[in-house]
Design a protein around this ligand. Structure first.
Ligand SMILES: [Zn+2]
Length: 121
């Protein structure tokens, strides 16, 4: 089992990360709202549209990341943080440091990527 102290470090890291993402998401929304009125010219409006799509794509990725962070925090709560979803082994601390939201140990992750490459899902 991972030490309580280490788990609390990861909790802090995840909470800071989540807070940062949430405040960035707020900024994105207010930037989009502020600039909308400045695009009267259709050409500008078109490029603004693709900016908007770009922003939305980023936001979609952020949203998924936010979900992952929240579920990592849930796993800290229920004591399953740092345990591989597939094999039940502990995920190495170095791997968790690099990617705190991961749910797979490096072995299972490699396996699942290999499966994806073969096209078997
Ligand atoms: Zn595993």
């Amino acid at each position: 089992m991972m030490e309580q102290e280490k788990i609390q470090e990861f909790r802090q890291l995840l909470e800071d990360w989540l807070e940062q993402l949430l405040s960035e998401a707020d900024n994105t929304v207010s930037t989009m709202t502020d600039s909308r009125k400045d695009f009267a010219d259709p050409t500008d409006r078109a490029s603004h549209e693709s900016d908007r799509n770009f922003v939305l794509r980023i936001r979609d990725r952020e949203r998924k990341l936010i979900m992952k962070i929240k579920s990592a925090l849930d796993r800290i709560e229920d004591g399953t943080f740092g345990i591989c979803d597939e094999c039940g082994e502990e995920i190495s601390e170095n791997r968790l440091k690099a990617r705190p939201v991961t749910t797979l140990c490096i072995h299972c992750k490699t396996e699942s990527e290999a499966r994806e490459k073969r096209g078997n899902g």
